[in-house]
Write a new protein. Structure first.
Length: 150
């Protein structure tokens, strides 16, 4: 008896599936490749952790070198605040930061009065004479304003 293509598919679908039987020994012992795959996963995780630590270390060394190059640049003198900003607050390369520092104006230090930047006040007596003369003139002015004693 021959069946058409659709009938054969229908008959195959209705028949119980033929699954090879697995003996008890095989079911409890997984194939040998499973432990190797688990070891591979552990090795991959360990390698990733090691690479991450090495990357952090290399990155820290590079960052310190970048900051040092910016802060010790010949153009950082007189522009220390800007150099610190470039070094610690940006990801600008040392070369770019040095070029920017070269183009920025230097900060002039503020002087004190003792350095001669602010002239000393000139205190003189009111009458132009000696302090003793000023005293006597002031005493006479006070006495002149007082009413005479009766």
């Amino acid at each position: 008896m021959t069946t058409s293509g659709l009938a054969a598919v229908h008959a195959a679908a209705q028949a119980p599936a033929s699954v090879p039987s697995v003996s008890q020994g095989q079911a409890q012992n997984p194939p040998a490749s499973v432990p190797a795959e688990a070891n591979n996963e552990q090795a991959i995780a360990a390698a990733r952790a090691e690479g991450h630590a090495a990357g952090l270390s290399a990155g820290a060394v590079a960052e310190r070198a970048r900051c040092s190059a910016i802060l010790s640049s010949e153009h950082a003198a007189g522009r220390e605040a800007l150099a610190q900003y470039f070094a610690f607050e940006t990801e600008m390369s040392a070369e770019a930061a040095s070029a920017a520092l070269a183009k920025s104006p230097k900060v002039e230090p503020k002087g004190s009065r003792l350095e001669g930047n602010v002239p000393q006040p000139q205190v003189t007596s009111g009458a132009g004479g000696s302090p003793a003369d000023d005293y006597e003139a002031g005493r006479q002015a006070v006495l002149a304003r007082k009413p005479a004693a009766a």
